[in-house]
Write a protein that binds this ligand. Structure first.
Ligand code: GDP
Ligand code: IMO
Ligand code: MG
Length: 439
């Protein structure tokens, strides 16, 4: 089972970090292929808690090579800060590889991200303010700055000058901010260049050679399906491809080499930032989920919006990612509820929709249609096998599995590595059976 992709099936924060960490010891490479330090992954190992933003979660596994692919946007100072933070805690980060083609987040893009949001006022997207959107826009506009540019100073200066010609106009004339000097940007970008140099590699070549040699490579998505710039709730999305296909463009490994796609689906839903969210709860149940699930952002500390699980979203994620196996996380958070609702469709202006509506405006008006399943009150955090779960929890999972169209292979019952129920090993060669859809 050489190449696997882990993707978020909802709006992010599903527990991708924990899932990557769980597989870490069985894989040789963990590749981050999209996004940047807008991500926030919390990984709990024993009594230690790690919050990762830019680095792939595989960095915590000894012997595993962490890779930042070409599809990632890298803020060099955040990179160094995160590496130093881990080294200070005894984590060996020396194996990290960074694609020479990854784009850098220059300081002016952090400023532009924040001022653009302020400018939008009530129409804001609620970005993380890390400069992600402007940096991907620069990449597409062909005025971006890449990691490899750090090692050719005259090219770097030309690119910074060219970018600033336009950026300074925007900063001054639209946002009424001060202009930025080329030298100031050069200095900040080059500050860590020598430290980063040994990590820079042709990561596409490295990964393809690793696959040729039978090594196992895990691609770890940042963000999630409904935050994907093409398949998410545009414009309330991030600016990269967070779906499984992004693993290929974001790493230089072809689709024909991907063997399995693992969708991470939280047992309820959360969203940070603005945008449609049909099952959102503005009541005691929403507070219950936020409190029980500790739903506060790893990156920005913002309280996450909470709601019931949405099987339409899960099924959509199965389809656009080709999910072969689902990991259901945070089942323990639902313990104590009398009934556990699952959204099975939407009512949109009196018409029932069983799939995501084609029109985004309709999605904004979707009222969930729920199936109500009995809840459970037993503490499930120590369960190690599916059979040990209360019958009601088992039935909840089995119904969800029918609706989302791929088998549930792993269930999370707590934040730690050990709080995990495995039904099918994610690295098993046995092919998954997608298409179990019932709903
Ligand atoms: P990611 O961005 O997808 O990696 O997810 P985050 O790390 O932002 O958010 C998931 C949170 O849930 C983290 O604090 C995890 O430690 C925690 N977590 C993951 N799986 C479980 C689980 O099964 N149960 C509980 N209670 N917490 C979990
Ligand atoms: P992980 O990897 C949840 C959201 C932001 C905002 C929108 C655009 O931890 O799941 P951006 O700064 O990317 O331009 O913001 O996307 N967002 C996330 N929400 N989890 C994340 O990452 C996110 N990364 C971005 O809140 O709504
Ligand atoms: Mg997160």
């Amino acid at each position: 089972m050489p190449a696997l992709v882990i993707v978020g099936a909802q709006w992010g924060d599903e527990g991708k970090g924990k899932a990557t960490d769980l597989l870490g010891s069985s894989v040789d490479y963990v590749v981050k292929f999209n996004g940047g330090n807008n991500a926030g992954h919390t990984v709990v190992i024993g009594d230690q808690k790690y919050a990762l933003h830019l680095l792939p979660s595989g960095i915590l596994t000894p012997g595993c090579v962490p890779v930042i692919g070409n599809g990632v946007v890298v803020d060099p100072s955040v990179l160094i800060e995160e590496l130093d933070g881990l080294e200070a805690r005894g984590v060996d980060t020396s194996a990290l590889l960074i694609s020479a083609n990854a784009h850098l987040i220059p300081p002016y893009n952090r400023v532009l991200d924040k001022v653009a949001e302020r400018f939008l006022g009530s129409r804001k997207l609620g970005t993380t303010g890390r400069g992600i959107g402007p940096t991907y826009a620069d990449k597409m506009n062909r005025v971006g700055i890449r990691v490899q540019d750090l090692y050719d100073e005259s090219i770097l200066r030309q690119k910074v000058e060219a970018a600033l010609e336009m950026k300074n106009q925007v900063l001054l004339k639209i946002y009424n901010r001060r202009a930025v000097e080329t030298e100031e940007i050069m200095e900040e970008l080059l500050r860590h260049a020598e430290r980063i140099r040994p990590m820079v590699a042709d990561t596409s070549l490295v990964l393809n050679q690793a696959l040729d040699a039978g090594r196992t490579v895990l691609f770890e998505a940042g963000q999630a399906t409904l935050l994907d710039v093409d398949h998410g709730t545009y414009p309330f999305v991030t600016s990269s491809n967070a779906v499984s296909a992004g693993a290929c463009t974001g790493s230089g490994v072809a689709p024909t080499r991907i063997d399995r796609v693992i969708g991470i689906l939280k047992a309820y839903s959360t969203r940070v930032g603005e945008g449609p969210f049909p099952t959102e709860l503005d009541d005691d149940n929403g507070d219950f989920l936020r409190r029980q699930g500790a739903e506060f952002g790893t990156t920005t500390g913002r309280p996450r919006r909470c709601g019931w699980v949405d099987a339409v979203v899960g099924r959509y994620a199965q389809r656009v990612n080709g999910v072969t196996d689902f990991v259901i996380t945070k089942l323990d958070v639902l313990t104590g509820l009398d009934t556990v609702p699952i959204c099975v469709g939407y009512d949109i202006f009196g018409t029932r929709h069983d799939e995501m509506p084609v029109n985004q405006s309709d999605f904004h008006h979707a009222t969930p249609i729920y199936e109500y399943l009995p809840g459970w009150s037993e503490d499930i955090s120590g369960c190690q096998h599916f059979d040990q779960l209360p019958r009601a929890a088992q039935n909840y999972l089995l119904r969800l599995e029918e609706l989302i169209g791929a088998r549930i292979s792993v269930v999370g019952v707590g934040p730690g590595r050990e709080a995990t129920i495995s039904r099918h090993h994610l690295l098993d060669p046995a092919p998954a059976q997608p298409g179990q859809r019932a709903g």
